[in-house]
Design a protein around this ligand. Structure first.
Ligand code: CA
Length: 259
């Protein structure tokens, strides 16, 4: 893969909300795009992720078809980049399922094979675009940008978990009808946990996706723990109905069921 540095954004990603007061609505145009990346080959996945992060996009990853199916059901992505050949459900099956639910999120399919029949199958299955490996990274980015431009990112999108709701456009959280006042960082954190609900989110993932500092010499673990604790105090009204769970030694998980 080449050209990973192509398209480097002029501003550092992750600085969108630094000087904003809490609950300030974020203009949709400055909200980072959320990409679901489904690729079983770890090296390829890592290099695509790095490139997407350089674009300032937020990346959720899945390494097999079944993991991807759960994330697709939870929704909340602006674009899905899905490898055709996957363990478990394959890429075509995933897109068919997505479309069968009436979900029009744009899908770019990747494949090791580039035959005409392959492309036709992918597009017939509901993919919006198709890219054969090996590809130039700049082409992948250009195609993703085109799909993001075409996709409708404007309607407010509400994420839900039990009686908790987060309006990702207005950046307002409500639990059982009560508005929760959150700082911009807490909104980012809650949004990431909700997008990954039911899965354990490691501190490493939070450091990379929310704090955008993947190569620090000193760990941010304490900072992250304190921030999650503050968020939990605001979101969880009592121990009985807690939604944010600690996975000891690993990280956190948002979901209705306890550990
Ligand atoms: Ca594959």
């Amino acid at each position: 893969m080449t050209g990973l540095s192509a398209g480097l954004p002029s501003s550092h990603p992750g600085q969108f909300y630094v000087n904003q007061p809490a609950i300030m609505p974020t203009p949709e145009s400055t909200r980072p795009a959320r990409i679901l990346l489904v690729e079983d080959e770890a090296k390829t996945r890592a290099s695509i992720r790095e490139g997407f992060l350089l674009e300032g996009w937020t990346v959720t990853e899945a390494a097999d078809g079944d993991e991807a199916a759960a994330l697709l059901t939870a929704g909340g992505h602006d674009l899905c980049v899905i490898d055709r050949m996957l363990p478990g459900r394959d890429g075509i099956e995933l897109v068919r399922q997505l479309r069968a639910c009436g979900d029009a999120t744009p899908v770019l399919m990747l494949t090791a094979r580039g035959t005409l029949q392959d492309r036709v199958q992918g597009l017939d299955g509901g993919a919006d675009d198709y890219l054969s490996k090996p590809f130039a990274f700049s082409e992948l980015i250009a195609r993703c940008r085109a799909l993001l431009r075409r996709s409708d990112r404007n309607p407010p999108r509400v994420l839900r978990c039990g009686d908790l709701q987060l309006d990702t456009r207005a950046r307002v959280a409500v639990r059982a009808g009560r508005e929760i006042v959150l700082t911009p960082r807490e909104v980012d954190l809650l949004e990431y946990l909700m997008l990954n609900q039911g899965r354990t989110v490691s501190r490493e993932m939070l450091e990379r996706e929310i704090w955008k500092q993947p190569r620090r010499l000193t760990s941010l673990d304490n900072v992250i723990d304190v921030q999650v604790m503050r968020l939990r105090k605001k979101v969880d009204l009592s121990n009985e109905d807690s939604l944010i769970h600690t996975e000891r030694g690993v990280g956190y998980r948002l979901g209705e069921s306890g550990p």
